[in-house]
Ligand binder design. Structure first.
Ligand code: AKG
Ligand code: FE2
Length: 349
């Protein structure tokens, strides 16, 4: 089947990422039970496996990014209109999975997505965790958690961790920037409090005793009913994280989590932002990352581009009638944002 290629508009307003401020860097967090007390959100992260950094992006700017994100969904011209809840329908939207993720169409390289990734309050938070400014960022999805869900496929619970269960210890810190008011009924991230600290014990207990949920990558593990029971028996509670526009949510990749659908009238819009020190990536990783960047495709949340995606959107097993190989508004990267692609750290050509 032939597919029409939508020509992205080039007249959109380009958001340039603000400059990153200099922050006093602590040493790298150890995340292994030997960290000192920090008297800030880092203590929450260590204790609970997740933390909320309030106002990482100023509220007004977060709302502007939300506006851009709505405009992107409308730009496909399929009929979605943010002011008409009836248009929250798969036929009127680009391909968005039941979990709310827009994975194709170059969306993860839109200017506003890069602007969010390179917001000083976001980058500096990760710099504080890792004790370095030399960081790379994932080219991860953006999430439309629509409130009016009558015509959308169900988003059933998918408790998981985004880390190989056979490789214990802290390896990756995941993040998302929340763009709209996000209360108890507004959908979004739900985490199993303290699950990161029980992770090794959990996997040692459960390994080989259950039928594993199939995973497409080693860096993913799905919690079965048996696993969920274990977490409950070990005193872990599931917490729906609440946030304001501009808050940054962080979680340890060992912490069990998933997202829940909205049940009220408020949409949930989020942009995943996951960073790691460039020193933790190999030159091969950086080459793969460069390739993903140049093709404007996505990655998973792993910033070392372990896997990269495709911009080819598939709808019900067929290529979508609308395709975009490049973003509607390609980002003009600041020097700091460009460093986050990892490209300047490639030594061999
Ligand atoms: O949307 C969320 O809050 C969580 C998403 C998530 O768990 C993932 O992308 O792996
Ligand atoms: Fe996840």
């Amino acid at each position: 089947m032939a597919t029409a290629v939508a020509t992205p508009a080039t007249t959109g307003i380009t958001i340039e990422a603000p400059a990153v401020s200099a922050v006093a860097k602590a040493t790298r967090m150890r995340m292994d039970g030997t960290d000192p007390k920090y008297n800030d959100w880092r203590d929450d992260l260590l204790r609970d496996g997740y933390a909320v950094i309030k106002g990482a992006i100023p509220r007004e700017r977060a709302l502007q990014y939300a506006d851009k994100m709505y405009a992107l969904a409308e730009s496909f011209g399929k009929g979605y209109d943010r002011n008409d809840p009836k248009t929250v329908h798969p036929d009127k939207l680009p391909v968005i999975n039941e979990k709310g993720m827009l994975l194709n169409y170059g969306a993860c390289h839109e200017d506003f997505v890069w602007a969010v990734r390179s917001e000083p309050g976001v980058v500096d938070t990760f710099a504080q965790v890792y004790g370095t400014d030399d960081l790379i960022v994932s080219f991860d999805a953006i999430n439309y958690g629509f409130a009016c869900r009558d015509n959308l496929p169900a988003n059933k619970p998918w408790p998981h961790q985004d880390q190989d269960p056979d490789v214990p210890g802290f390896r990756c810190l995941q993040g998302l920037v929340n763009l709209l008011p996000n209360g108890p009924n507004d959908g979004g991230l739900i985490v199993c409090r303290g699950g990161h600290n029980s992770s090794k014990q959990f996997h040692d207990d459960i390994r080989g005793t259950e039928d594993r949920i199939p995973a497409w990558t080693k860096e993913w593990y799905g919690y079965t009913e048996k696993g969920m029971k274990w977490l409950e028996e070990h005193g872990h509670e599931w917490i729906k994280v609440e946030a304001e526009p501009g808050d940054l949510l962080l979680w340890d990749s060992r912490t069990p989590h998933y997202n829940v659908p909205a049940s009220g009238k408020q949409d949930r819009l989020a942009i995943y932002t996951c960073f790691m020190p460039v020193a933790d990536a190999s030159q091969e990783d950086l080459q793969r990352k460069k390739d993903a960047y140049e093709r404007r495709v996505g990655t998973t949340h792993w910033p070392n581009a372990l896997h990269s995606g495709t911009n080819k959107a598939m709808r019900n097993g067929q290529p979508d009638t609308l395709q975009r190989d490049v973003p509607m508004n390609d980002a003009k990267l600041s020097e700091r944002a460009f460093k986050l692609t990892g490209i300047p750290y490639i030594t061999a050509q």
